[in-house]
Design a protein around this ligand. Structure first.
Ligand code: GLN
Length: 544
């Protein structure tokens, strides 16, 4: 039977609860304990797929096609597991399921209430994941902070779990934030005391408190939290802000959290091996030569909208012993004459996914700049569609070619809606989602990157390359280097005669791991790092 770790947040959100959860998973996996993870999101949307990236950040797609919270991306990268739809539960899912059951008559005669019906539905989700994953430990992160109205049923459900599965099988970890007062120069523990009180009010006494802070946490502060919150001294774990998220498992391990979790849950202790992580962090901290990559997108004000893209670029840069210097470029800023100024120092250009017409012309401008100046280019989903539009406009000597997503009546619909999407009216969870196979064309840049002939990649789109334009674009230099196995859907395009201009209809960023960069990102960076832009100096050999 699985054991459960429930992680709640106190005081404020966005202090790295997701990274803490991912790191606990890393520490357990480093002891060869099998782990699965689940994120509970208290909002009423069924999934984040219908939310603006400005509201929610990136939508992370699992291989089975669920549109999920970006924390799942961190869990996958840290624990190196492929998660499924069961790992993201929202209030929207819970309530729609309970209401469906009620309409079906499952509870005939009964009054449907938050306790027990909603809480039982939530607990079913914990148990389903435990059953399906067969993991020794299931870590459950409760989104938001203690005290949020929407979060109450989730907290009540995790409280009940201690009785349901036994005290020794459940651990509560509370992640809080210690604010710093400049006037007195001290860290304050009162907000933490209040959030622990709030937890206790509903019957949860945390076993461990992880304290996030931007400043060093003194022994006195730990004593105080231990005394007021009734948590053993060694179970108050400081987590000051660190340089890279990949350092968090090492800091928590150093503070004894891994051992504490093993002891408290009575897990079988195996030798801890975090050497891979130590090596990773050592390399991240090394002074490395920078490589400038321009990310041209429309949501760049909120960098979380491109979380996995940024991480995948970091992994690839590190693989080539480079430090990623990411230039965040708002595509609308390229719509004037800004391309040389904004892209002049870029050694590579990446256009990530996106929806809607805003900023598209700037992206087309960036693709044109990459093509004409031989700058390595990687297009992801929308980035592929933009590359197709740009080449078509140049080849057909017309500004008409477009996607029907942006210009429904264009004379040259080079990107058009997928046939199966034409009849779909409902917006939630209806795109072409998740893993689909892609057959690679031998000797192409894509096939060379993968070193395989058939790959599976995660998708999230409604539009595709319009096959009517395959021939004219092929004449203009386009190579269709990845196709669906039936040959009908263009999955990867690349440009002949260019240094490295490759783009794909899927999202390779979701499959990149810190020690195992995705092949397309890896080769993009391999070529980009050697591109010399104006004013840059060639690298001198370090030893003669
Ligand atoms: N908007 C485009 C489509 O739906 C691209 C989607 C994406 O970039 N994820 O096909």
């Amino acid at each position: 039977m699985s054991k459960y770790i429930f992680v709640t947040g106190g005081v404020v959100s966005s202090v790295g609860k997701g990274i803490t959860v991912a790191s606990i998973g890393t520490m357990l996996k480093g002891r060869q304990i099998s782990v699965s993870v689940q994120k509970l999101d208290p909002y009423l949307n069924v999934d984040p797929g219908t939310m603006s990236p400005y509201q929610h950040g990136e939508v992370f797609v699992t291989k089975d096609g669920a549109e999920t919270d970006l924390d799942l991306g961190n869990y996958e990268r840290f624990i190196d597991v492929d998660l499924t739809a069961e790992s993201n539960v929202t209030s929207g899912q819970i309530y729609s399921s309970v209401i469906n059951k009620e309409r079906r008559g499952d509870f005939l005669g009964g009054t449907i209430q938050v306790v027990p019906h909603v809480t039982s539905e939530i607990k079913e989700r914990f148990k389903n994941l435990a059953q399906k994953s067969q993991a020794e430990v299931v870590i459950v992160e409760v989104g938001g902070t203690v005290g949020d109205i929407e979060g109450q049923p989730f907290l009540e459900a995790i409280r009940q779990m201690r009785n349901d599965v036994g005290r020794d099988n459940v651990l509560y970890i509370h992640v809080t934030f210690l604010p710093y007062l400049t006037s007195t120069g001290e860290l304050k523990t009162k907000p933490t005391q209040h959030s622990v009180n709030e937890l206790r009010r509903i019957g949860i006494q945390p076993d461990i408190i992880v304290c996030r802070s931007d400043y060093p946490i003194s022994e006195g502060i730990r004593d105080k939290i231990s005394l007021f919150c009734d948590v053993e001294r060694q179970a108050v774990i400081p987590l000051p802000t660190v340089d890279t998220i990949y350092e968090v498992p090492l800091v928590l391990e150093e503070e004894g959290l891994g051992q504490l979790v093993v002891d408290k849950l009575g897990l079988k202790a195996r030798k801890t091996d975090l050497s891979q992580w130590q090596e990773l962090v050592r390399r991240i901290k090394e002074p490395l030569e920078p490589v400038n990559i321009a990310l041209v997108g429309k949501y760049v004000e909120l960098q979380d909208a491109y979380f996995s893209v940024r991480e995948a670029l970091c992994h690839a840069a590190l693989y080539h012993n480079r430090r990623l210097n990411l230039l965040w470029i708002h595509s609308e800023d390229l719509e004037g004459d800004g391309s040389e100024v904004l892209l002049g120092s870029a050694q590579g250009i990446i256009i990530p996914g996106g929806f809607g017409i805003r900023g598209i012309e700037g992206m087309v401008e960036a693709a044109s700049y990459a093509r004409n100046n031989h700058i390595p280019y990687l297009g992801l989903c929308l980035g592929m569609q933009v590359m197709v539009i740009e080449l078509a406009r140049s080849a057909l000597r017309s500004s008409e070619p477009n996607s029907t997503e942006f210009y429904a009546s264009t004379a040259y619909p080079v990107i058009d809606i997928l046939p199966e999407q034409k009849v779909i009216k409902s917006k939630g969870g209806t795109m072409r989602l998740g893993d689909y196979p892609c057959q690679l064309v031998p000797d192409s840049l894509a096939a060379r990157a993968y070193g395989e002939s058939l790959v599976y990649e995660r998708h999230r789109h409604r539009y595709e390359f319009n096959n009517k334009f395959r021939d004219p674009l092929q004449e203009a230099g386009m190579i269709y280097s990845g196709l669906s196995p039936d040959g009908k859907l263009v999955e990867i395009c690349e440009l002949s005669g260019h240094l490295w201009m490759v783009s794909c209809q899927f999202h390779p960023e979701f499959n990149s791991r810190p020690g195992r960069p995705h092949p397309l990102f890896r080769d993009f960076l391999r070529v980009a790092k050697d591109v010399l832009r104006e004013g840059a100096q060639p690298l001198l050999p370090l030893s003669s």
